[in-house]
Design a protein around this ligand. Structure first.
Ligand code: G6P
Length: 610
């Protein structure tokens, strides 16, 4: 949510910052702006709309500056217009800031500063930081101190970069609850909210900790806490390559990521699944192994698509390990007084590892003495660092705002986790081997579905005028119905509802008429016959049935208007296969409707505000 980038070094900065913003545009695209220090003054250009709008206004020949900061915004306070765009200036224009997060007590601070005669231009919470730093600077005459004092006054979260003509040789970066990564190049530093803006310049990075700040100059950097205590830095290497954050010939990142799933699903279990032993090795859980063995209950908490994979995980873990599992939206978990006991395990699932609500749920877990475990994609992210143990999903950067490959990789990890927990309990080795053998087959089965994408594209085109969709599934495939509906809503703006198939008759059935496409996951398993009854209920109301069925099931053609076949697998593994056609239907519908697939309106990839 909001991308921020800053540079100090020996290269001309404006082009470099714009390129950095483009790499992070998936984090927010309501407005964009840059500030550079030119001839002793801060020069700022900002514009509502996407980075390409800003780029048109920036004449790179005007600037030979080698220091600057930039921002791409996902609006929270104040509509996304030019004035509310970042960077924000102090009222004397000598300090410029870019900010990701929310300053909760901004109204009181603003009032106080206004009473002292300071003026404001925007409706944002962020601007108070710039003006407050100015007010403090006027007293202390030291930028670092002014930033530090200001940050100690604010409630809320920040990923912050500060540039000032008072001290033109430095950028000050700080974070609390919002990611901030410092890339260390040769005589240059690039600091950003996302490693994807850095990788073009260097792979060596330092992840700032919460309440830590960095003073970054051309000849070196220093980190300390915002309480002015010295901190030690740990230089790490970015794990992915540039090609991972490029489209590689695909029209959209989302399509590329859908097609990566045979590999990403495998990468999530590679080196962990011991197929010949019917067991699993999870190095990231070694230190909590005994707690897992003793656990009486698991709570899985997440948001969005990750919450859907949590629901799949609930069914698989309860089946294989016979441990009661509860799934809870992180936003609910953190605020209601959830009873938690020391032998509870709380699994936080998050692609970005930065979702504010999920991170808060991890803090709440720690506060109450239970054990937090992360299932995270982004290495070094806040949730990965705040949890006691964890399993990376290794899906590589996911840029499309609508999550696809992270979902299937999360299920890959949840499946092997269930196997791991099961084998600690009553699951036999032969059952373990049988499940492991089937997991190994999944990548190829995903590939077979992807090979039929043209058929799904034609179907999506035919249905694109529909204004509503209903998605139904039962058992393991109920969360798939939710995820299919979410994908459709997110990128094509068509209203879609996911429902347990059997619950349809308690409400949604009233919506069904000849204009309503109903996507039903009807794979061959023990509840297949029941799902066929649900299909008949839809057909009786003239609904158009699109069935996701198991290859070889000819019978279903008698009931459905259209059948999309997926290969047969174990029921617990069908979600990974069944979701692929649903991702493709949503994708091709959005393309047909001319929607911006990778940057759907109002959404952001990583939601670092509550
Ligand atoms: C946002 C994204 C979703 C994502 C959700 C949770 O809403 O647009 O695609 O599923 O956040 O994100 P996380 O990074 O925690 O998985």
């Amino acid at each position: 949510m909001c991308g921020i980038v800053g540079y100090v070094g020996n290269q001309k900065v404006s082009n470099l910052l714009i390129n950095g913003l483009k790499r992070m545009e998936y984090r927010g695209y309501d407005s964009a702006g840059i500030s550079v220090l030119q001839d002793g003054k801060i020069q700022t250009i900002k514009k509502s709309g996407k980075v390409s709008q800003l780029e048109k206004l920036v004449d790179h020949t005007l600037y030979d500056s080698t220091i600057g900061i930039a921002h791409t915004r996902w609006a929270t306070h104040g509509e996304p217009n030019d004035i509310n765009a970042h960077p924000h200036h102090s009222s004397d224009d000598k300090i410029s800031i870019v900010h990701n997060g929310i300053i909760e007590n901004y109204a009181a601070i603003k009032k106080n500063l206004q009473e002292k005669g300071y003026t404001f231009r925007s409706e944002t919470d962020s601007e108070v930081l710039a003006v407050m730093i100015q007010a403090i600077y006027e007293k202390v005459q030291c930028l670092e101190e002014a930033v530090r004092f200001a940050l100690n006054e604010v409630d809320g979260t920040f990923g912050l970069l500060v540039l000032s003509s008072h001290e033109p040789d430095r950028i000050i970066a700080a974070r609390r609850g919002s990611p901030m990564v410092l890339g260390i190049g040769d005589g240059e530093y690039i600091v950003a909210s996302d490693a994807s803006a850095i990788i073009q310049h260097t792979r060596q990075v330092v992840y700032l900790n919460d309440n830590e700040m960095a003073i970054i100059k051309r000849d070196g950097f220093e980190t300390k806490t915002i309480m002015n205590e010295a901190t030690t830095t740990h230089i790490q290497e970015i794990e992915f390559d540039l090609e991972h954050i490029e489209k590689a010939g695909y029209e959209h990142f989302m399509l590329k990521e859908i097609f990566e799933q045979p590999e990403t699903f495998r990468d999530a279990f590679r080196g962990r699944l011991l197929a010949d032993k019917g067991n699993v090795k999870l190095g990231g859980l070694t230190q909590v192994q005994e707690k897992l063995r003793q656990a009486k209950r698991i709570i899985i908490t997440a948001c969005g698509t990750s919450w859907h994979s949590a629901l799949v995980g609930e069914y698989i873990i309860e089946n294989l390990a016979q441990i009661p599992v509860e799934v809870e939206y992180a936003s609910e978990f953190r605020y209601r007084n959830t009873p938690l006991y020391p032998d509870d395990i709380v699994i936080a699932i998050s692609q970005s590892g930065e979702t504010a609500d999920t991170l808060a749920a991890v803090y709440e877990t720690k506060q109450k003495g239970a054990t937090p475990i992360g299932i995270v994609n982004v290495v070094g992210s806040s949730i990965a660092r705040e949890t006691e143990a964890g399993i990376y999903i290794h899906a590589g950067p996911e840029i499309g705002v609508a999550s696809t490959k992270a979902f299937t990789s999360q299920i890959s990890v949840l499946t092997i986790l269930a196997l791991y927990l099961g084998r600690m309990r009553n699951l036999s080795q032969s059952d373990g081997k049988r499940i492991a053998a089937e997991i190994l087959e999944i990548p190829d089965k995903i590939r077979r579905i992807l090979n039929r994408s043209d058929e799904i594209k034609a179907l999506a085109k035919k249905q694109a005028k529909s204004r509503n969709y209903l998605y139904l599934g039962r058992g393991y495939n109920f969360p798939v119905a939710l995820e299919g509906a979410l994908k459709m809503k997110e990128i094509s703006y068509i209203h879609a509802e996911g429902y347990p198939a059997a619950e349809m008759k308690h409400g949604p059935i009233a919506l069904i008429d000849e204009n309503m496409p109903v996507v039903i996951v009807a794979t061959k398993d023990e509840i297949y016959e029941k799902v066929i009854s649900n299909i008949q209920e839809v057909r009786a109301r003239k609904g158009k049935v699109i069935a996701i069925a198991t290859e070889g099931d000819e019978n279903i053609k008698d009931y459905a208007n259209h059948v999309i076949y997926i290969p047969s697998t174990l029921p617990m593994l069908t979600p990974v296969l069944a979701v692929i056609p649903l991702q493709l239907i949503a994708y091709y519908t959005a393309v047909e409707l001319g929607c911006n697939v990778d940057q759907p309106r109002n959404l952001a990839k990583s939601v670092t505000v509550e």
